[in-house]
Design a protein around this ligand. Structure first.
Ligand SMILES: *Cc1c(COP(=O)(O)O)cnc(C)c1O
Length: 398
């Protein structure tokens, strides 16, 4: 049965009068999440207090819900676990991957990567010392740069600024041929289109849940470790809940079985409850349908903007197959233009120095929303509605 996107849209609580094109940055509230979190607070935390860890299954949530995400990213069951923020999960994956290639010292990444991934790599190299270094090249040069000096290839599949998508399977193949271990960041992939980490033979994958998976601000991140590494990967952040027997309270660390060893400390139960409810939305969704619809929405937006708005230059690949689920445009006044759009109910965001970003999320976006967004953007551009001092004052979060 084809996916019913009118039905999925009804599962979200979108503010009236808003066209939400920022689900690539923070997904909106799924209706069921408020009730679910409320129930966990009153029925579980409120009534069970500490016994909730056992009676309500709180302790199993990171792997139980991890598996629900695993289905969306093509992971083998039992190989995804939730916890912490994505920056932490990047660090963990990278540290474990580096240990697997002890005779090499280079982490290869690209200049399109999200800065936190690069910062975490820099910090890890500094801690390790001993000649470890982060090497970045432009996204187009990654394939060429994979050679026998590289220990780990760390890439974000979809560029957060332009939406350009790397070929995960091809680059992983190339990396493995050179003896390189891969860490894929799926921040803009999970819930955005079909992902197949097992099929691509990714070694490690990480991602966040508050973007396309709609877990809410601060929702936990996930980490995948390929089954072939699950019993040998050594966690750098060896926290007690990644211990084989946390409640033995041993004085020394022994890693838990499989991906459970990537847990660190006490998991965020309330955020995981919101995520669990948010994932119910995906039960009736075919990922191939999602991709088709996403590209329809994106192509409709690009065509509309290029026909009606002069001065905006497409920053995303024109070839749909090379895009994730967002479309970006360059404009020197991008920040002010975005503020003018937001003031008129069309919500996207801005990324320095000059990128207007728009996310396309078929679960709750209709083609008529796209048309309306184009129309508002055209008014803003034609009548220079962005050209006001208050639209130039930068907020803390852009
Ligand atoms: C959104 C995003 C992050 C955010 O990391 P947090 O630790 O969750 O704040 C990291 N990496 C990439 C590639 C992202 O897109």
């Amino acid at each position: 049965m084809p996916t019913d996107f009118d039905a999925t849209r009804a599962l979200f609580d979108l503010p009236d009068g808003i066209i939400y094109l920022d689900g690539n940055s923070l997904g909106p509230l799924p209706r069921a999440a408020s009730a679910r979190v409320g129930k966990v607070m009153t029925e579980e935390w409120g009534k069970m207090v500490i016994t909730g860890w056992n009676r309500a299954g709180w302790m199993e949530m990171p792997s139980r819900i991890g598996d629900r995400i695993g289905r969306l990213i093509g992971a083998e069951p039992g190989h995804v676990v939730l916890g912490d923020t994505l920056s932490i999960k990047v660090y963990q994956a990278l540290a474990s991957a580096l240990e697997m290639v002890p005779d090499r010292r280079v982490i290869l990444s690209d200049t399109g990567n999200f800065p936190t991934d690069l910062y975490m790599a820099e910090g890890l190299c500094r801690t390790l010392g001993d000649g470890y270094e982060l090497r970045t090249v432009t996204p187009d040069a990654v394939e060429e740069a994979i050679d026998g000096s590289v220990a780990v290839l760390m890439l974000t599949e979809v560029d957060y600024r332009t939406g350009r998508r790397h070929d995960m399977a091809a680059l992983t193949r190339r990396a493995h041929a050179a003896g390189v271990v891969t860490v894929w960041d799926l921040a803009h992939s999970a819930g955005a289109f079909p992902v197949d980490v097992a099929g691509a033979s990714a070694d490690f994958a990480v991602g966040c849940t508050y973007k396309y998976l709609n877990s809410g601000p601060g929702g936990p991140a996930f980490i995948y470790v390929a089954p072939r590494h699950a019993e040998t990967a050594r966690p750098a952040l060896s926290g007690w809940l990644g211990h084989e027997e946390p409640f033995a309270f041993d004085l020394s660390y022994r890693p838990a079985r499989g991906v459970e060893r990537m847990r660190v400390g006490t998991p965020p139960v309330l955020q995981m409850a919101a995520l669990d409810a948010a994932l119910d939305v995906w039960d009736g969704v075919d990922m191939a349908d999602l991709r088709t619809r996403s590209l329809e929405l994106q192509d409709r937006f690009i065509a509309g903007v290029e026909a009606a708005c002069s001065g905006l230059a497409l920053a995303s690949p024109r070839d749909a197959a090379r895009r994730g689920s967002q479309v970006s445009f360059h404009h020197a006044e991008g920040y002010a233009i975005m503020q003018a759009l937001i003031a008129r109910g069309v919500i996207g965001d801005f990324r320095a120095p000059d990128i207007l970003r728009f996310g396309f999320t078929p679960l709750y976006l209709h083609p008529t929303d796209v048309d309306r967004a184009v129309q508002v953007l055209a008014e803003v551009m034609t009548d220079r509605l962005w050209d006001r001092p208050e639209y130039r004052t930068r907020a803390r979060v852009t």
